[in-house]
Write a protein that binds this ligand. Structure first.
Ligand code: PMP
Ligand code: GLU
Length: 394
C-alpha cells in the first residue's frame, strides 16, 4: 500500500529498536548485556501499583478518570513547591507519556516550514516529531569539547526566522546537565528573540554530585509566558510502561493541546492516573525516588571511570539522567570481527552481533563520534558489558 509521504520519511526510533532487539535476543536465551534501554531497571514502587489496582477495582474505568482533577492539582502543587512555577490545574495537561506531550506541542505550535532549533546531541525523536508536524529541525551542534552544551551566542545566531527551541537538561543522550547560571544565560538569549521554548525536564529527579536542577521557566519572570514545561513519571518513578507524562504552559497553548487530544487519545488510561496521583502525593514517593537516584549516581561514576580506562574511549562523567555518551571515534578505520568500522552504526552493530552488548549508535542522536550506554542496569551487568567492550576494542 502507498503510505503517506509524511510517514514514509520517518525512520523507526533507534532507541526503541535497539531496546526491543536486545530484549528479543535475551528472551531467546542469548546472554546479551543491554545498555540500550532508556528506562529504569527498578520496578514501579508498590504503593503506586496498589493505588492503580484500587482504582481499577473501584470502577475507575471510564473516559473521565476519577483522579484526573486531583492529579492535575497535585502536578500544579509540585510545580509550585519544587519548581517555583505558578500554574493552575487547568494549565496542566496529563498526556500519554512525555513523548506524547512533545508530539502534541509540535502539532499545536508548528505550521508547515516552521523552524525549531534543536541542540545536538538530541533525543532521537525530536527531529522526527518536528518533521511529522511539517516543521523543520535546525540543528545547533554542541561538541564533546564544549561539554555537549550550546551557548547563548548560538541561540542568538540561529533564532532569526525560527519559531521554537527544544531544551533538554539533564540530557538524553549525553548525561549532561546545564548549571542554573548556564540556563539563565540561555534564557536571557531567548528573551532577546521571539522563540517559544519547549523545556523537556523528564530527567529532573536524576541529578548527581553537586548538580542543581532548575526549571527553565523559573529563571526569569518573563519566561513562563513563552515556555512549555514537559515532564512525566517514566524516569523518576520507574513507570515507563504506564505511559504517563504531562505539560504545563500558557493557556492558549494548553487550550490547543486539549482540543487536539480530545480528537486523538481523549485521556491517558484512567486507573493509571490514580497511580500517578499516589506517586506525587504519598510521602513514600520522594524517599523511593531518592534511593533510585543514589543507585544511579554510583553506577554513573563507575561506568564513566571504567569506560575512560579503555584505550581510545573518552567519556564525560554524567551529571544527570542515566546515560553516558563516550566518544569512540579513535577506533574508526579499524576492522573488528571482519567489519570495517566507519562510524557509530558499524560499531553498535559489531558490539551487538560479536560482543553481545547492546549500545545505541550516536548517529541518530546527531553525533556519530559517540555511542550511548544506558546505566539503568545492575553494577554486575555494567562490569560484564564494559569488560566485553574493552575486549572488543582491545
Ligand atoms: N524526553 C526524553 C529526553 C526522553 O529520553 C524520553 C524517553 N522516553 C522522553 C522524553 C519520553 O518519555 P515518556 O514518553 O516515557 O514519558
Ligand atoms: N527515551 C528512552 C530512550 O531514549 C526510551 C525510549 C524512547 O522513548 O525513545 O532510550
Amino acid at each position: 500500500m502507498k503510505l503517506s509521504k509524511r510517514i514514509s520519511s520517518v525512520p523507526p526510533s533507534a532507541t526503541i529498536a535497539i531496546t526491543m532487539r536486545a530484549k528479543e535476543l535475551q528472551n531467546s536465551g542469548m546472554d546479551v548485556v543491554s545498555f540500550g534501554a532508556g528506562e529504569p531497571d527498578f520496578d514501579t514502587p508498590q504503593f503506586i501499583k496498589d493505588a492503580a489496582v484500587a482504582a481499577l477495582q473501584d470502577g475507575d474505568t471510564k473516559y473521565g478518570p476519577k483522579s484526573a482533577a486531583a492529579l492535575r492539582e497535585a502536578i500544579a502543587a509540585k510545580l509550585q513547591t519544587e519548581n517555583n512555577l505558578t500554574y493552575t490545574p487547568n494549565d496542566v495537561v496529563v498526556t500519554v507519556g512525555a513523548k506524547h506531550a512533545i508530539e502534541l506541542l509540535c502539532q499545536v505550535l508548528l505550521d508547515p516550514g516552521d523552524k525549531v532549533l534543536v541542540p545536538a546531541p538530541y533525543w532521537v525523536s525530536y527531529p522526527e516529531m518536528i518533521k511529522l508536524a511539517g516543521g523543520e529541525a535546525v540543528i545547533i551542534p554542541a561538541s564533546g569539547e564544549n561539554g555537549f552544551k550550546i551557548t547563548p551566542e548560538q541561540i542568538r545566531q540561529n533564532a532569526a526566522g525560527a519559531k521554537a527551541i527544544i531544551l533538554n537538561s539533564p540530557s538524553n543522550p549525553t548525561g549532561v546537565t546545564y548549571t542554573p547560571e548556564e540556563l539563565t544565560a540561555l534564557g536571557q538569549a531567548v528573551l532577546e528573540t521571539d522563540l517559544i521554548v519547549i523545556s523537556d525536564e523528564i530527567y529532573e529527579k536524576l541529578i548527581y554530585g553537586d548538580t542543581k536542577f532548575t526549571s527553565f521557566a523559573a529563571l526569569d519572570p518573563r519566561l513562563p509566558e513563552r515556555t512549555i514545561t514537559v515532564n512525566g513519571l517514566s524516569k523518576s518513578f520507574a513507570m515507563t510502561g504506564w505511559r504517563l507524562g504531562w505539560l504545563a504552559g500558557p493557556s492558549d497553548v494548553i487550550g490547543g493541546v486539549k482540543r487536539l487530544m480530545s480528537h486523538q487519545t481523549t485521556n491517558p488510561v484512567s486507573f493509571a492516573q490514580a497511580g500517578a496521583l499516589a506517586a506525587y502525593t504519598d510521602p513514600r514517593g520522594a524517599e523511593i525516588v531518592e534511593q533510585m537516584r543514589q543507585e544511579f549516581e554510583k553506577r554513573g561514576i563507575h561506568i564513566a571511570q571504567r569506560l575512560n580506562a579503555i584505550e581510545g574511549v573518552q567519556c564525560i562523567q554524567p551529571t544527570g539522567a542515566f546515560y553516558v555518551f563516550p566518544d569512540i571515534s579513535a577506533h574508526f578505520g579499524r576492522t573488528l570481527h571482519g567489519v570495517e568500522i566507519t562510524g557509530s552504526m558499524d560499531l553498535a552493530k559489531v558490539a551487538l552481533e560479536s560482543a553481545k552488548i547492546a549500545v545505541v549508535p550516536g548517529a541518530p542522536f546527531g553525533e556519530d563520534k559517540c555511542i550511548r550506554l544506558s546505566f539503568a542496569t545492575s553494577m554486575d551487568q555494567i562490569d560484564k558489558g564494559v569488560d566485553r567492550l574493552a575486549e572488543l576494542l582491545g
